[in-house]
Design a protein around this ligand. Sequence first.
Ligand SMILES: C[S@@+](CC[C@H](N)C(=O)[O-])C[C@H]1O[C@@H](n2cnc3c(N)ncnc32)[C@H](O)[C@@H]1O
Length: 352
Amino acid sequence: MNARTGNEPVAAVTLDGDTAAYQRFIGQMRKLWAGPLYRRLRDEAKELGDGAGFETRLQALPTHQFFGWFEYNLQNMKYSSRRGIAAAVETHREKLEQELARPLSQGRLTENPDLAAPDYYQENDFHQHPGGLGGDAIAAVVYREGAGAAAGVVGKAGLHNRFAKAALGDRKPKRVLDIGCGFGRSTQAFADLGPDVEAVGIDLSASCVRLSAQIAEERPEGSNTRYIQADGAEVPLPDGSFDVVTSTMLLHEMPPEAIRQLISESYRLLAPGGVAVHLDFLPPDDAFLTALYHGHSDRNAEPFMHTLAGMDLDGDHRAAGFSAVEISSFAEDDAPRGETWRLPWTIIKAIK
Ligand SMILES: C[S@@+](CC[C@H](N)C(=O)[O-])C[C@H]1O[C@@H](n2cnc3c(N)ncnc32)[C@H](O)[C@@H]1O
């Protein structure tokens, strides 16, 4: 274990006063955007009628233009401005690189410097993260800070634990694979289900698996997690070695062919009776919310939300061999629905 003092998190970044104030400002602006501005747009959209041309009429509304402007620019300001997260993390680079390179317990982390990331991964700055998560050693810290600071729509505390419980119901898995683990919060949520759970997180990003492993090293409750740098479409682990294969917020960052490979890999990796369960976004059966879903895809550099929405996930799971497939909406917290813009969280669950 690393020798650390105090309660400061691994690879902590302290924002200077001006940056912290700027990020708080963005957080407050996001509340205005997702609350009153969203409600005004929703009410104006009701007057538009539905049917052909709805999206064009919606986009012509000045309120929609404000909504889109805020959505794009607040995210851009959060990450990329002079007081953005990327610049703030950069000032700590030396300390962070040292912390991420600290020795780890045996078996905690398996890196693969020869792993070739797919083109789609290298070519997109998903959710406007400058440079994405591949390549830069401290990219995972930028992602973690971005997911916490002024997070707005995807940063609800407890989201991952809530999902892990909802995903499994009465199942008591022992071996869980979390694909696209990011900085490990999704993996840890499954590991938290019990001391005899062994959770493995994989990610294409070396920075992500390193940060996840360092965080796990610091936490007694992280002792049942390990991390591997790998592609979810080709996982270097044996057939039938998991009871659960899961992902959160991964599918919408992959093109359809890569998702189909991931579905086949999940089937191969699961033991008979095992469950594949993913948390992601799919447009609900509502023209207004569907238009905002596709708008988010365009404005937030999430090109594969469009293609995910068009996939036959039920058919693709069945074609891979899965028997039962369930697609259901997921409430990320207990707040009343409909009064605030929220991404359309969806659980996709399939039994082998
Ligand atoms: C939006 S993040 C979600 C992280 C984490 N699951 C969470 O909920 O906090 C998506 C993650 O998937 C990883 N990723 C994207 N494509 C992948 C692939 N083909 N195989 C493995 N990881 C991938 C990215 O590097 C990133 O860390």
